[in-house]
Design a protein around this ligand. Sequence first.
Ligand code: BGC
Length: 393
Amino acid sequence: MHIKNNIFFILLIAFAACQNNSTMNNTSNTDSTKNDADTTTQLIPSAKDFQSTIDEKQTDLYVLKNGNMQVAITNYGARIVSIIVPDKNGNPTDVSVGYDAVKPYSEGGDTYFGAIVGRYGNRIAKGKFKLDEKEYTLATNNAPNHLHGGNKGFSRVVWDAQPQNDSTLILTYLSKDGEEGYPGNLTSKVIYTVLSNNKLKIDYEATTDKNTVLNLTNHTYFNLNGQGSETILNHAVMINADRYTPVDSTLIPTGKFEAVKGTPLDFRTPTAIGIRVNDTSNQQVKFGHGYDHNFVLNTKGNLNEKAAEVISDQSGIVMDVYTKEPGLQFYVGNFMNGSHTIKGGKKDDYRTAFCMETQHYPDSPNQPNFPTTELKPGQQYQTTTIYAFTVNR
Ligand code: BGC
């Protein structure tokens, strides 16, 4: 049965590749990594719906491929639009929530679907921090706090895209001194690579010309049964963390580290999300309206050690997370409410996706006990996260 489906999948890819080539031959577009008008599979949106001019820059859709995996990325917000991997029967499955055109990303209410968030992913208390004795004021776009870099941040700007080959795309963005209230001209580079064996690697790099703070992450919403499927409450999750950073009612860390043991945040062994997500007898679950917490990873920046694992209940797809970052924000779509139409005419219903945002801890610029997020001139910011997909048969 799966052999048959695998063959079908291979044929589908081969067919898609031919379609791609024939379209390319008929146009002046010689860029082999671009998704042409014909969709490579039914699942990948059409590139033409991403071709627009925003802030005087061209937006587009780029499709990376390696073996059985395809990842579609737009340079609008350096966003992942689709992640296609085979399920247990070999059927291509899109596990990442997104829109099928650039317009809803640029004009819709911001959900950060698939986006690179920065300069500071996650919250900064009251939109204020001090650096070198100077106080900086940022947008309080998630009142009373600053969230994910502000009103536009890095998720609503157009990045420069440089396709490298079939499986690698480099995106760069210069954030000018003072943009969104942050100091320093900051050049950020995000490199998306689809590795063999269905792995997506994201490398982040940055340099600055003034002391600044920085916390880049990717905000993909995953549903391993396929985006637009029912809730993720039956996905089983393992997070390799003995501790987490508890928050106040506005989701700002108290500055303490607490043990997950004996709490609904104990994911040290795989546990279905839904079992304890509504346990509001726990104050942290109440504050987060479910899970919306930063876990202190035991991996301590070791990219070879597994930080997290998620096992789907229907598709057989399993996702492992590896990262150099010290923390992971586990968010389960508590604020999703079905108000957005996502790919395939589906709705972003309540808790139909989860995020695993690898990162430094929230509000680090105001938290002396947390690892620093400062970046100075002459220093090179570099971090890497890998999302690896396999199947449980
Ligand atoms: C935050 C959530 C927030 C969501 C916005 C997550 O990173 O932790 O609180 O609602 O992003 O999309």
